[in-house]
Design a protein around this ligand. Structure first.
Ligand code: ADP
Length: 493
């Protein structure tokens, strides 16, 4: 099969969160299965060019229809850790992808609309006939729409679209003028069963467009698939997803074990695994030195997260204070786009500046993230909603016991040490339901208490998490099956 992944992120060169890990991990798995695969990304000015092998221009002047004129784009290609990547570089005064970051610009809708148009034009003009276009999140929601409205007739009638929803909290609700800019007819599309955003007749919802026009739609855990069809977590998409239920499902993400494996991770000082767990202590010590935490007999509670409302920031702030009061150390690594949330964490950082048991690193730092997973004992993930969550799976692989709220993919992967109905051998963490200080404390106190009073049971929990299979092997096969199924539909239609 020939597969084109179209995404705003791909780790390690363009990552803001789990989407970057997903595209890297699934791509590696599919390539290992012998599939032909290419990832198409914007040519961000933040790309670390030294990590892209053989970078070259493959199309110097791709002409893309946009906003009543032709926009010229360069297309570059190169290989990143064995994955062939193509990069779209619009030549425009607006410097769409030269902003020093991936997201968070006021013209994000226009930036990713240009990307969507350029991707299809590139595939068309280069004569590719991909079997599968795999699109991700709102940034690529226009691609299935453009394909149906325009491109299928022009060039690649047989390509099928798989559309993955990584987070319906961001749907790409944009001014209707974006549709005109990409040459689509608002009169045809601004209908409740197409792109019309519920409750506002002037706004188009790009994720709705992707859901309606893709051949198959999925999200990143079975539990989140249920939640977004049946609860307010669907954020207005519930009935649309139910309408399209026959082509919608949930596939749990995996973690890329060429990147996240404490037995071989080049970014940590001491390699370890379930058969040599005591070696984790050297990483704990290195983490304390790196962060300036005192060397002491206390468990280290980690937070590695985007600091976003979704992640339960109020609960994270409460959890840090509670952990310190319970005699734990805290290592937080997180970055906030929202200035108000950033301010809350900066105040706590100042408040705890002289506390030798607490460090808050308010930045994005891939290397430090690896060291924190390697050195920590507990990780706190009190999300209000969580489509899948990779942090808990990575943490478990590194022998860290997760404390999570029972939502989305967290509920699918973390099984409570005391209350799960599953066998003891697969229980791997602590789970709470209510997004309140009481709910959080009930789980945190049980976890810290076990660490202190029953270290051998605590080690057993660590080992249960480390031995669980969170690799891409199973889910990669499921995606491959999905693609094959789409190919079969193509032949019979
Ligand atoms: P989301 O996609 O919602 O951000 P996930 O748990 O699915 O959450 O994935 C988060 C990924 O981003 C993990 O690989 C995590 O280690 C990483 N990450 C989050 N915040 C940071 C940070 N500040 N620095 C480095 N890595 C981070």
């Amino acid at each position: 099969m020939s597969i084109v992944m179209i995404s705003a992120e791909c780790a390690p060169i363009a990552k803001a969160g789990g989407l970057g890990d997903f595209v890297q991990g699934l791509s590696h798995d599919l390539i290992a299965r012998g599939e032909t695969l290419e990832v198409l990304l914007p040519y961000y000015d933040t790309l670390p060019l030294d990590r892209i092998a053989g970078l070259r221009v493959v199309h110097p002047d791709l002409r893309v229809p946009f906003h009543d004129h032709w926009l010229t784009c360069r297309v570059l290609a190169g290989t990143v850790d064995g994955i062939d990547c193509g990069f779209i570089d619009p030549q425009s005064e607006q410097r769409f992808f030269q902003r020093g970051r991936i997201y968070g610009e006021t013209d994000d809708p226009e930036r990713f609309a240009v990307f969507a148009c350029a991707v299809l034009e590139f595939i068309l003009q280069s004569g590719r006939q991909p079997d599968i276009l795999h699109c991700h999140d709102w940034q690529t929601g226009l691609i299935p729409v453009l394909l149906r409205e325009r491109y299928r007739a022009r060039g690649f009638p047989d390509s099928r679209v798989c559309y993955t929803l990584h987070n319906v909290g961001y749907q790409g609700v944009v001014d209707v003028s974006i549709l005109r800019q990409v040459g689509l007819d608002p009169a045809r599309l601004m209908l409740p069963e197409r792109l019309l955003h519920a409750g506002d007749g002037r706004m188009a919802n790009l994720m709705r467009g992707g859901i309606v026009d893709a051949d198959v739609v999925n999200t990143v855990s079975p539990r989140y698939a249920w939640e977004i069809q049946n609860t307010e977590q669907g954020m207005g998409l519930e009935s649309l997803l139910k309408t399209h239920a026959s082509k919608f499902g949930g596939v749990l993400n995996g973690i890329d074990e060429s990147v996240w494996d404490p037995e071989i991770d080049p970014l940590i000082p001491a390699h370890f695994g379930p058969d040599r767990l005591p070696r984790k202590a050297a990483n704990r010590q290195a983490l304390r030195v790196r962060l300036g935490l005192q060397e002491t007999e206390k468990p280290i509670l980690a937070v590695v997260s985007r600091l976003d409302h979704q992640k339960g920031v109020t609960l994270i702030l409460h959890g840090i204070r509670y952990a310190l009061a319970q005699g734990a150390q805290v290592a937080l690594l997180g970055a906030a786009l929202d200035p108000e949330i950033d301010g809350q964490f900066r105040r706590l950082q100042q408040e705890t500046a002289t506390n030798p048991d607490c460090r808050l690193e308010l930045t994005y730092d891939e290397r430090l993230a690896h060291l924190i997973y390697a050195g920590a004992d507990l990780i706190l993930i009190p999300s209000l909603y969580e489509p899948c969550g990779l942090a808990q799976m990575i943490a478990m692989k590194y022998g860290v016991v997760p404390i999570v709220r029972r939502v989305g993919g967290l509920a699918d992967t973390v099984f409570d040490a005391n209350y799960s109905t599953r066998p003891f051998a697969v229980r791997n963490g602590y789970v709470f339901d209510e997004p309140t200080p009481d709910g959080l404390e009930s789980a945190m106190s049980r976890a810290i208490d076990l660490w202190r009073r029953f270290p051998e049971y605590f080690s057993q929990l660590r080992l249960n998490g480390m031995r669980a299979d969170h690799s891409w092997t199973r889910s990669g096969q499921l995606y491959r099956d999905l693609y094959v199924h789409l190919g079969t539909c193509k032949k019979s239609s």
